[in-house]
Design a protein around this ligand. Structure first.
Ligand code: SF4
Length: 355
C-alpha cells in the first residue's frame, strides 16, 4: 500500500493493493477502530463541509477508510447522503490533484509518488480522449458530454463552447473539473453495495451516528436558496410575466409572492427581483408581500398546492417532475436536492457579485 493509494483510494491500483493484501473487511471493522473512525470522519466531513478531511498519517488507515466509508454509506442508503458523499470525495480529490500536479517533479517523486497528469488521465480512461493544444486542451465531444452533463453553469453547455472536428476546447482548470466529475462517477458506481449482515451488525452504531447527522442536516436545511432556474415551471412563468411588466390576476400575484416568501426571500429582495414591473408598483408589492408573510395580517399564507394552481389556470408548462409531486415547493425542494451544490448560485449572491 503506497501513499498515493491513500491519497487517491478510488484509483484502480489502490483497489488492487487492497485485494492483494487480502484485507478482510470483517476483521477491519471489528478490530481496527482507527479505520472505522476515519471512515466516519470522511462521511461527516462530506455532510458538514463537502470535504472528506485531511489524510490520516497511517497509509493503511487512510486507504481502508475509503471502502469502509462506502460500506457505511451503503448501509444508511439515503440518496442525499450518497450524493453528498460522492461529491465530497470528488471535491477533495480535485483539490489534491490540483495541488499535487503543481508540485515540482522533485517534490512529487519524494512526497506524492509521482502523480502525473498522464497517470490521472489514464486512470479514468481519458488519455485517448484528451490532447494538449497550444491554447489548452481538446476533448472528444462524447467524453465531454458524458462528464459535463451534470454541470449547471451555462458556460459548460456545448452551444457555448468552441467545437471543432468533434473536439471541445477547454482550459486546464476545466480539464481538472472534468476529471473530478469522473471521480464522482466512480465513487458513486455500485452504491449502495450489498453488505454482508455480519459487517452491517458491526457498524450499527456508526450508521446511527450518520443517520443523526443526516437528520440534523435536514432540519437545518430550511429551503432558503434562491435559484430561479430551478423554480417550478408555473413560478418561472409567473416571475417572467412580472418581470416583463405584464398584468397578473390577483391569484397569480398571490401565488408567486407566497412562493418567494416561502423560500426565504425578504420583502426587499422580492421587490428587487420584481424590479421592472410598472403594473406591480413597489408600494403595492410591499403591501402584498407583507400581507402574505403575515406581517400586516393575522395569518402567514403558504404557497398554493398544484391542485389550486391548476384550478386557477396558473399551472403551466408542466414537465416530468411535475407528474411526481403535488406542491410547487416539493418540486423546488427536489430540484435543489438533485443539484450539484457547487454549481448552485443563489440569486442573492449574484446580486452581490454584480454590484
Ligand atoms: S404541476 Fe405543480 S409545480 Fe408543476 S407547473 Fe403545475 S403547479 Fe407548478
Amino acid at each position: 500500500m503506497r501513499p498515493l493509494h491513500a491519497r487517491y483510494p478510488f484509483f484502480r491500483s489502490a483497489r488492487e493493493a487492497v485485494e492483494e493484501a487480502e484485507v478482510d473487511l470483517v476483521n477491519v471493522v471489528t478490530s481496527e477502530p482507527a479505520v472505522v473512525e476515519r471512515a466516519l470522519e470522511r462521511i461527516e466531513g462530506a455532510l458538514e463541509d463537502a470535504d472528506v478531511g485531511e489524510t490520516h498519517r497511517r497509509t493503511r488507515v487512510e486507504l481502508l477508510s475509503y471502502p469502509v466509508a462506502r460500506v457505511i454509506v451503503s448501509l444508511v442508503d439515503e440518496h442525499l447522503l450518497t450524493r453528498k458523499y460522492a461529491f465530497a470525495e470528488a471535491r477533495t480529490a480535485h483539490d489534491r490533484f490540483a495541488y499535487d500536479l503543481e508540485q515540482s517533479v522533485e517534490l512529487r517523486s519524494v512526497q506524492r509518488q509521482q502523480l502525473t497528469q498522464d497517470l490521472l488521465l489514464a486512470e479514468f480512461d481519458l488519455a485517448e480522449a484528451v490532447r494538449e493544444t497550444p491554447d489548452g486542451y481538446a476533448v472528444n465531444v462524447g467524453t465531454y458530454l458524458a462528464l459535463a452533463a451534470d454541470k449547471r453553469n451555462p458556460e459548460w453547455r456545448l452551444v457555448n463552447r468552441p467545437v471543432r472536428d468533434g473536439e471541445v476546447s477547454i482550459q486546464r482548470s476545466e480539464l481538472l473539473a472534468l476529471v473530478a466529475q469522473a471521480v464522482k462517477q466512480r465513487v458513486s458506481e455500485g452504491l449502495p453495495l450489498a453488505v454482508p449482515a455480519v459487517i452491517g451488525d458491526e457498524l450499527t452504531d456508526e450508521c446511527a451516528r450518520v443517520r443523526a447527522a443526516l437528520a440534523d442536516l435536514d432540519l437545518m436545511r430550511d429551503i432558503d436558496t434562491v435559484v430561479p432556474e430551478l423554480f417550478p415551471p408555473c413560478m418561472r412563468a409567473l416571475l417572467d410575466q412580472v418581470q416583463k411588466g405584464e398584468h397578473l390576476a390577483h391569484h397569480s400575484r398571490f401565488a408567486i409572492a407566497s412562493f418567494l416568501t416561502s423560500i426565504g426571500m425578504t420583502t426587499d429582495e422580492i421587490v428587487d427581483l420584481f424590479e421592472v414591473n410598472p403594473g406591480f408598483g413597489e408600494e403595492a408589492t410591499r403591501y402584498q408581500v407583507d400581507h402574505i408573510r403575515g406581517e400586516t395580517s393575522p395569518t402567514a399564507y403558504s404557497t398554493p398546492s398544484c391542485a389550486t394552481m391548476q384550478s386557477y389556470g396558473d399551472c403551466v408548462n408542466m414537465d416530468d417532475l411535475c407528474e411526481t409531486i403535488a406542491h410547487p415547493m416539493a418540486y423546488y425542494e427536489k430540484k435543489l436536492d438533485d443539484a450539484d451544490e457547487d454549481e448552485l448560485t443563489d440569486w442573492r449572491e449574484q446580486q452581490t457579485t454584480n454590484s
